[in-house]
Design a protein around this ligand. Structure first.
Ligand code: SF4
Ligand code: SF4
Ligand code: SF4
Length: 305
């Protein structure tokens, strides 16, 4: 296997040829922020928050689409890099409803994390603001395109991982938004509710309806499970708060097969509801009885005692 050796923040790093500067830096323990980068679906380079300085380069390239090369000297945290990232964040926040206090994504939102890291509070460049209606038409997925940072991860995941191409960028310039064909609601589209798009969204634009208002992220625990409804054995997470299951969520594309609707519905029912007690008619009225009584097994159970 051929390798290349480069210097990142003064540290010599050797990686397989073809490795991106982003992966080389992350592998060497350096932090680089990303919005649009998806390890399961790489090579987009749209959000540009991952820019780095490369000695001799005319501008700052996006590290997620720049191949590491022999002798390259890279700075991931220089003053110029940090200034560029702050400007990108300011532009995002200038047209973003910063309602982290009530946002479902608060606590695991990349925009919130990076704004904190780079000390970007908010910015007002004037001009028009986005004011899209929320799409609650799908029973499982809530869409708030006012919070979308146009990273395109949901679009690429739906098209390239799920092979559905239900959503895409619509309109142009300031009006650009992610939407199903003809800007229809998700319920009117060919969406199969796999929720893969939700699993990759870095902000609160796509969230699970089942979790709305039930818990803050830091109050929840996640447990990985394998679906038992068919032989595919898809993985999913069961999300709980205080021991009570509040949702079943899909895995990101890099973390396993998707959970189909049958699996999700089955799991939500299985985890959320106790089987109803059987009823028997006694003296003209239905009353709850035990399963052994309903199945006529009481005599057998008595003999087994
Ligand atoms: S998407 Fe992120 S930054 Fe925006 S309101 Fe929600 S938590 Fe805050
Ligand atoms: S839920 Fe699945 S099919 Fe529907 S838009 Fe998202 S990725 Fe596409
Ligand atoms: S909805 Fe989320 S994943 Fe899709 S483009 Fe917007 S921010 Fe990115």
């Amino acid at each position: 296997m051929s390798t290349v050796t480069l210097t990142i923040n003064g540290k010599e790093v050797t990686v397989p040829a073809g490795t991106t500067v982003l992966d080389a830096a992350l592998g060497a323990g350096f932090f680089i922020p990303t919005f649009c980068h998806d390890p399961a679906n790489p090579g987009y380079g749209g959000c540009r928050i991952c820019v780095v300085e490369i000695k001799g380069a005319r501008n700052m390239p996006a590290s997620c689409v720049t191949a590491a090369a022999n002798g390259m000297v890279v700075e991931t945290d220089s003053p110029a890099v940090i200034e560029a990232r702050r400007t990108i964040l300011e532009l995002m926040l200038a047209n973003h409803p910063v309602d982290c206090m009530t946002c479902e994504k608060s606590g695991e939102c990349k925009l919130q994390d990076y704004a904190f890291r780079y000390d970007v509070k908010s910015a007002d460049f004037g001009g028009e603001k986005k004011d899209y209606p929320q799409d609650q038409s799908n029973p499982y997925i809530s869409r708030d395109m006012n919070k979308c940072v146009l990273c395109g991860k949901c679009v690429r995941t739906c098209e390239q991982v799920e092979d559905r191409a239900v959503i895409n960028f619509a309109y142009r310039g300031f009006k650009t938004k992610v939407a199903p064909a003809l800007d229809a609601s998700l319920a009117e589209s060919a969406c199969v509710s796999c929720s893969r798009c939700v699993s990759v969204c870095p902000v609160g634009a796509l969230t699970y309806t089942s979790m709305a208002g039930k818990a803050r992220v830091w109050e929840t625990t996640r447990e990985e499970k394998t679906c038992s409804w068919c032989e595919a054995g898809c993985l999913f997470d069961v999300v709980s708060k205080g021991g009570e299951v509040i949702s079943v969520t899909a895995k990101a594309p890099g973390d396993g097969r998707p959970l189909c609707l049958k699996g999700r519905l089955g799991m939500e029912l299985r985890h959320n509801s106790q089987p109803p007690a059987p009823m028997l008619k006694k003296d003209g009225e239905f009353v709850e009885v035990s399963w052994t009584e309903a199945l006529g097994l009481d005599d057998i159970m008595d003999k087994l005692k």
